[in-house]
Design a protein around this ligand. Structure first.
Ligand SMILES: Cc1cc2nc3c(=O)[nH]c(=O)nc-3n(C[C@H](O)[C@H](O)[C@H](O)COP(=O)(O)O)c2cc1C
Length: 170
């Protein structure tokens, strides 16, 4: 599968089969994050992989009861380990870095036939308690990871004309 096919065909998965994820597939998904670019190559990230049923349920509760999170065989939580660095452009480095790595993961997972759903709606404090994440570390995103138990949904996106302009901002 080429990169564009993965980008064009992936969609968020909110129903998962109980089938476990093979270790080599999980490793490849994690490798995709490891190889991502980051500001000054800081690699200011950590990914917590959870297979434990009870912990997954607690994470789903911390995500305002989005129960499908707990039903996937794996939940991955993406953290920024160094939250103080602000880039010259004014953006915090860790949110950008972790988001790029997480996107790599999600696309790699798709190529392997695995589903994901970027989860941004969660109570950070609760997730930190569940996973024993230190105070200075920030939680950027979570995703369930597993074999999809739903049909891919239709993409709804703005047209290029609406989101692109040339030479000057219009
Ligand atoms: C930053 C971010 C936060 C998101 N948070 C949630 C979430 O908490 N729960 C959820 O079900 N989907 C969440 N999504 C998934 C979006 O709803 C989804 O990507 C969007 O509707 C486009 O659909 P698609 O992923 O199927 O292409 C999130 C996506 C992003 C990028």
């Amino acid at each position: 599968m080429d990169v564009f096919t993965a980008i064009a065909q992936r969609s968020s998965v909110r129903a998962y089969k109980a089938t476990d994820v093979e270790e080599d597939k999980l490793k490849k998904v994690l490798e995709a994050a490891r190889l991502a670019p980051s500001a000054s190559n800081r690699q200011d990230w950590k990914f917590v992989v959870v297979r434990d049923k009870e912990t997954k349920k607690k994470l789903a509760r911390a995500a305002f009861g989005q129960s499908f999170i707990g039903e996937a065989p794996i939940v991955i939580t993406a953290c920024g380990t160094e939250a103080k660095t602000v880039m010259a452009c004014g953006q915090p480095a860790y949110t950008v870095d972790v988001s790029i790595a997480f996107t790599h993961m999600i696309l790699q997972a798709y190529e392997l036939g695995l589903g994901t759903c970027w989860i941004g709606a969660f109570e950070e404090g609760e997730v930190k308690k569940v996973l024993n994440i230190p105070k200075e570390v920030r939680v950027v995103a979570m995703t369930p990871l597993g074999y999809p138990d739903q049909r891919p949904s239709q993409k709804s996106r703005s047209s290029l004309n609406q989101i692109v302009c040339y030479e000057k901002y219009e």
